[in-house]
Write a protein that binds this ligand. Structure first.
Ligand code: GLU
Length: 552
């Protein structure tokens, strides 16, 4: 069969040649060691943690090496394009400080290696499919779905490998005239790779790929005549990946481990096209320990924390999420952080070798812990800006808390300058609750008096407290007064006195101050009361005690 003629028959409209395209997209002119990475999301309108996790690896590899990180939109599957999906991808990554150098942008493409949207690259895929047909490495397949199902049934009955390959690939040996006649009759067809692989596992060659995360992979070669262009002329993921990552000169392909089983197809495609494959980095699945203690994959349906929306809604600072992701991504990050507590996170040298290949465990408690440390390093003024933006976007009902910058910053900084600084701040949703008592409109009484303090005593304590209150008292003068008020009522001046001889006292000074704390803050636990009063001011302090008294 004259395969050149066949190629012309199949692709009469493709006039650009593979060679011309190679020339149009030459190897990049980058410094030695610079990596080129890409993110290839589908525009589904849903950004998940896996996207961020992968993007983070891409971004670090590229920017750490003065390379290029680009965005390619992979919209070739039949799923519907969701309006606004591209802005969502760009914005949600930008929020986490992940920025692209090239590719699809909000105002069109940027860079010399585009078009960066797969659905616009039909001619390019056509040119390379045409070349494969010309070289006898691909062919048109006219099998219908029913015929394919029948082949599969027979294969299952004969207990042999299912699929379209070797003698089961019934369109492989059609003559030019048969193809021509089929086309004339309008029979739909796909273009399949003509695989050289051997389906017999005994005789199959092995392929060896060094994955940057997993090390050497040893797999049987591909033997399936995989579809490269669907009936509609749209490429499959396999073909688009190989063509695009070659022409866009990607050096490192970071993708989810679910692509591992199709790696042999990609290796054969690269080989048949005569190209060097990129370095693959197959990342581990994101896992969690569920309510029953079982380790399982994070699921879109069951786990809201899989969606990036979740972190914006809860108001995790992007620096916290980045820091947390690095602890999951690189096993040596935490050690580095201990030694470099104030260093910029980008000074950490990220490596694929330190990535886990066996499932990255995601844990919200750990995120919260990491966030406490990260928030401590962020100045109150920045936290204020972040919270205000969050409130504007997600929870405008909290905006009144941010009307007075000075007041809010003092609140946010409470106890953070101490020798052993407080780490109270986790995420916006938790912070607005944590600081709510500083605002009359948000104050709520949450806790009961401790059992050591009767209602009568509470009344006396608050009355005496109010009567003796002097806003200019320093911390020790203030506390002496509380101790005196308590002692007069039969409360031990020190907790240890009470512990030693509980029968001689009603309780201790801590219980007395808890009664005051509840009146002031509505809760039994809070940072230092004296400091809180200094921030609240005298008016609010007195008002709170008065209204607590009125409700007793
Ligand atoms: N579009 C593919 C996905 O969303 C990208 C895989 C890749 O990065 O190669 O899973």
């Amino acid at each position: 069969m004259d395969s050149k003629k066949l190629a012309e028959l199949l692709f009469p409209n493709i006039t650009v040649t593979a060679d011309e395209l190679e020339e149009k997209y030459p190897p990049r002119n980058l410094p030695e060691g610079a990596l080129v990475t890409r993110l290839g999301p589908s525009p589904t309108g849903f950004m998940h943690l896996g996207n961020l996790y992968g993007a983070f690896v891409d971004e670090r590899l590229a920017h750490q090496s003065d390379g290029v990180f680009f965005l390619r939109i992979e919209d070739t599957d039949d799923k519907r394009y969701v309006e606004g999906a591209i802005d969502l991808i760009i914005d949600s990554l930008k929020f986490f400080d992940i920025n692209f150098d090239e590719g699809v942008g909000k105002d069109g493409d940027q860079g010399d290696y585009g078009d960066y949207t797969q659905s616009h690259r039909g001619e390019i895929y056509g040119a390379f499919a045409k070349r494969l047909v010309e070289e006898g490495k691909a062919y048109p397949c006219f099998l219908t779905e029913d015929e394919i199902a029948l082949i599969r049934e027979k294969q299952e009955a004969a207990k042999i490998n299912p699929g379209i390959y070797g003698e089961h690939a019934l369109s492989r040996d059609l003559t030019y005239e048969q193809v021509e006649a089929n086309i004339a009759r309008g029979k739909p067809y796909a273009i399949r790779l003509k695989s050289d692989g051997n389906p017999d596992p005994e005789k199959a060659k092995r392929i060896h790929v060094v994955d940057a995360i997993r090390g050497e992979l040893d797999m049987p070669e591909n033997f399936q005549d995989t579809i490269i262009l669907k009936g509609t002329g749209i490429p499959t993921y396999h073909f688009a990946h190989v063509v695009d990552d070659h022409l866009m000169r990607t050096t490192h392909v970071v993708r989810d481990e679910s692509w591992l089983p199709s790696l042999p197809i990609h290796v054969e495609l690269f080989e048949k096209l005569g190209w060097e494959p990129p370095i693959y980095c197959h990342t581990a699945q994101l896992m969690k320990i569920d309510e029953n203690g079982n380790k399982r994959k994070l699921s879109k349906r069951k786990d809201p924390e899989l969606s990036l929306e979740y972190y914006r809604k809860k108001g995790y600072h992007p620096a916290s999420v980045r820091e947390y992701l690095l602890t999951v991504l690189n096993s040596n990050f935490e050690e580095w952080r201990m030694e470099n507590q104030d260093a910029d996170i980008n000074q950490f040298h990220f490596t694929t070798e330190k990535m886990s290949s066996s499932g990255a465990l995601f844990d919200l408690d750990k995120l919260n812990d990491v966030s406490k440390d990260v928030m401590l390093r962020i100045p109150a003024s920045e936290i204020y800006d972040f919270l205000k933006d969050w409130a504007e976007e997600v929870a405008p009902e909290y905006l009144p808390m941010f009307a007075d910058r000075d007041y809010a910053e003092k609140i946010l900084d409470l106890g953070r300058q101490d020798a052993k600084p407080r780490k109270d701040l986790v995420c916006a949703e938790q912070i607005v609750d944590f600081i709510s008592y500083f605002f009359d409109d948000f104050y709520k009484s949450e806790d009961e008096l401790p059992e050591e303090v009767s209602k009568e005593d509470a009344k006396t304590i608050l009355e005496n407290y109010l009567a003796s209150y002097d806003h200019t008292d320093d911390q020790s003068a203030w506390f002496d007064k509380i101790r005196n008020i308590g002692e007069a009522l039969g409360y031990a001046p020190k907790p240890k006195d009470y512990k030693k001889d509980p029968d001689s006292y009603k309780g201790h000074v801590g219980h007395v101050s808890t009664a005051i704390r509840i009146a002031l803050m509505g809760r039994a636990q809070s940072p230092d009361v004296w400091t809180i009063q200094q921030i609240m001011g005298e008016d609010m302090t007195r008002r709170r005690i008065e209204s607590a008294l009125a409700s007793l």
